[in-house]
Design a protein around this ligand. Structure first.
Ligand SMILES: [Fe+2]
Length: 296
């Protein structure tokens, strides 16, 4: 088993590269690391990788890059995947600041890239929303149990919480979730989430969205699972984007519970299955009609 340690970047096909680059740089406040005729590579103001945009025929999430142990060579990672029956290839100089990576295709046809030698780019002046980092990606999948079993057994992700049987939160480290999987009729992106510095900057993010006439479709709310404060909006290609802060953290794995917070309903707050079909948020409005059916 390879241990995925976090999210490095998401890979998105776009039908209008210039429009998406303008949205992510001017409004979201990401910084261009590299721009070609058919792609753009974006990082946060901290210099952390965030998104690879590629010109494509249809808007879609096509892959995810995950971090793994810095001392693992590409060949070691490839062999570990082979032990789990997964064919992978080593790529050299795949992205700015990345010397090599190991790539395979997951159960749902998504490209998963493992990076062990990430380099942090220079910090840049911030504008727009300017999140700290890309935090998690939620995907709709046709067999949520099978996908979660795959990500647990092949990449070492842990189940952080469930909502019924149809929504599973998985984590790569101390933060409550890195990948979410939602039962659906077909594979697609549900949303991409960026972490804000705190709830004050999350409020400012809503003001920035309003100035750009981009409507907040849900939030601010404090969720039940993960207990993050969150807002959601739709980007120019119809993809849902979340900004969030104050997500649960399990800083001591051996204790088996999330660091205590006043807004927790359980004491201690351990991973659990939340009830489906009812409002499980801590405060704020319930989700808009058809929220889980969203996604491109
Ligand atoms: Fe989310």
């Amino acid at each position: 088993m390879v241990s995925a340690l976090g999210l490095n970047h998401a890979v998105l096909n776009t039908v209008d590269l210039d429009r998406q680059v303008a949205y992510y740089t001017d409004l979201v406040g990401l910084c261009l690391v590299e721009r070609g005729s058919d792609h753009a590579y974006l990082a946060t103001r901290s210099g952390a990788d965030a998104l690879l945009l590629r010109r494509g025929q249809a808007t879609a999430l096509t892959g995810l890059a995950l971090l793994t142990h810095v001392d693992k060579s590409g060949e070691e990672i490839r062999r570990q995947l082979a032990d789990d029956g997964i064919a992978a290839e080593i790529r050299h100089d795949p992205h700015p600041g990345v010397a090599s990576s190991v790539v395979f295709i997951d159960l749902d046809g998504f490209e998963i890239e493992l990076i062990s030698d990430r380099r942090i780019h220079p910090a840049s002046p911030s504008h727009g929303v300017a999140p700290l980092r890309i935090g998690h990606v939620a995907r709709c999948v046709p067999d949520v149990a099978r996908t979660c079993e795959f990500y647990g057994s092949v990449l070492g992700l842990k189940v952080a919480d469930r909502i019924g049987e149809h929504f599973v939160f998985m984590r790569t480290g101390v933060e409550h979730h890195t990948l979410n999987f939602i039962q659906s009729d077909r594979s697609r992106l549900h949303h991409i989430a960026f972490e804000m510095q705190d709830s004050a900057t999350l409020t400012s993010a809503c003001d920035v969205l309003a100035q750009a006439e981009r409507k907040v479709i849900w939030g601010p709310v404090r969720h039940g699972p993960g207990h993050n404060i969150a807002t959601y909006h739709i980007n120019p290609e119809g993809q849902m984007i979340e900004f969030y802060a104050e997500m649960d953290r399990m800083t001591n794995e051996a204790l088996g519970y999330y660091d205590p917070r006043p807004w927790h309903g359980d004491r201690p707050q351990r991973p659990k299955t939340w009830p489906a079909g009812q409002d499980i948020g801590i405060w704020g409005p319930g989700p808009p009609e058809g929220f889980l059916k969203q996604g491109v």
